[in-house]
Design a protein around this ligand. Structure first.
Ligand code: SF4
Ligand code: SF4
Ligand code: SF4
Length: 330
């Protein structure tokens, strides 16, 4: 069995949401998918999308038992998708949203809020897709065997011919990357709707093309390839250099999306001078990416210095991504 994977370099993400728009327009712009963001980009520290998803206690426990998790709520955790009333917005009118309902959450609602005290405040962007996990909690939770993992590339898919809309996959996924589509209800069969999720753009993969979110990425942060391809960027970043780490490894699903952690801007001291200390607390990064994050940051820093001083570093050349096409080896 082979495994396709994606590595995202968090030092380069602009939070521009081009990836989100690429996925939305390609796959989820139809009725019933208004609140679905197969690709979302959230601000960290922050509550994410859906709100507080990291606190749901889903995935696998330390003993290897599947945790049932919980369902996020609409509107409390997803919010209500809204449309602007542009005429009012431009003229300073009071009713700037088209709908009457109040909304209090949405994708990247807490944009750029971050944490820390001025002048040492900090934040970074965290783009997220389904992790196409090696031990997918969504797959194990489904009582109808409607979720499968492809042998040729490890992509995790929902089979809509089998899905009966019981939502157990949504509860069990600790990353909350399965969404419910009520517009796919079939009353005659008692199906209230169906589950849908990121498909890693498999129709594009089968044609040798990268996923839309990766191809359109403005910051060139996304590398795509097979984990066992020793010549590929993904192998080199994850296995050879060890600088790419999964999000929340403690959820136990063994994700196949990896992140190069953010080095963060330097701290100012009381005299307003720049120090060698980073603003992002290491404990916060460990909570997100596990204990390996400290070592990964040391390697990154050392290779950055090497590139500055000697002009050469295989790792930095990969991360700079001089040629976009070289980031994909499918
Ligand atoms: Fe399943 Fe969630 Fe893992 Fe995706 S991220 S494979 S939906 S458990
Ligand atoms: Fe969307 Fe494809 Fe990216 Fe998945 S891989 S988030 S389906 S664009
Ligand atoms: Fe970040 Fe790239 Fe998405 Fe822009 S397109 S938000 S740079 S991942």
């Amino acid at each position: 069995m082979r495994q396709l994977a994606m590595v995202m370099d968090l030092n380069k993400c602009l939070g521009c949401q081009t990836c989100t728009a690429a996925c939305k327009t390609q796959w989820t712009n139809r009725f019933g998918r208004e609140y679905m963001y197969w690709n979302n980009v959230e601000t960290q520290p922050g509550k994410g999308y859906p709100k507080g998803y990291m606190d749901y206690k889903a995935g696998w426990d330390e003993k290897g038992n599947l945790r049932k998790g919980e369902l996020p709520r609409i509107p409390e955790d997803y919010g209500i998708p809204w449309e602007y009333n542009y005429k009012e917005l431009m003229s300073g009118g009071a009713k700037t949203l088209k709908q009457d309902a109040e909304t209090s959450w949405g994708a990247n609602w807490d944009e750029d809020e971050g944490d820390g005290e001025y002048p040492n405040s900090y934040f970074f962007y965290l783009p997220r897709i389904c992790n196409h996990c090696t031990k997918p909690a969504c797959l194990s939770a489904c009582p109808n065997k409607a979720i499968h993992k492809r042998k040729e590339d490890g992509i995790v898919l929902v089979d809509l011919k089998r899905c009966k809309g019981v939502k157990d996959c949504i509860s069990a996924c600790p990353y909350k990357k399965v969404y419910f589509n009520p517009s796919r209800a079939r009353a005659e069969k008692g199906i209230p709707g169906q589950s849908e999720k990121c498909i890693f753009c498999f129709p594009r993969i089968e044609k040798g093309l990268p996923p839309a979110c990766a191809k359109q990425c403005v910051g060139r942060i996304r590398h795509v390839g097979y984990l066992d391809d020793k010549e590929g960027h993904v192998y080199k970043l994850v296995k050879k250099w060890g600088v790419a780490l999964p999000l929340k490894p403690d959820f136990g699903t063994i994700p196949n999306v990896y992140y190069v952690p953010p080095l963060g801007p330097p701290k100012f001291n009381k005299r307003g001078e720049v120090t060698d200390e980073t603003r992002i607390p290491i404990e916060f990064l460990k909570k997100l990416f596990g204990d390996g994050v400290e070592g990964a940051l040391k390697v990154l820093k050392a290779e950055m210095d090497k590139k500055s001083n000697e002009g050469k570093s295989e790792l930095m050349d990969i991360l700079i991504a001089y040629k976009h096409s070289e980031m994909f080896k499918i």
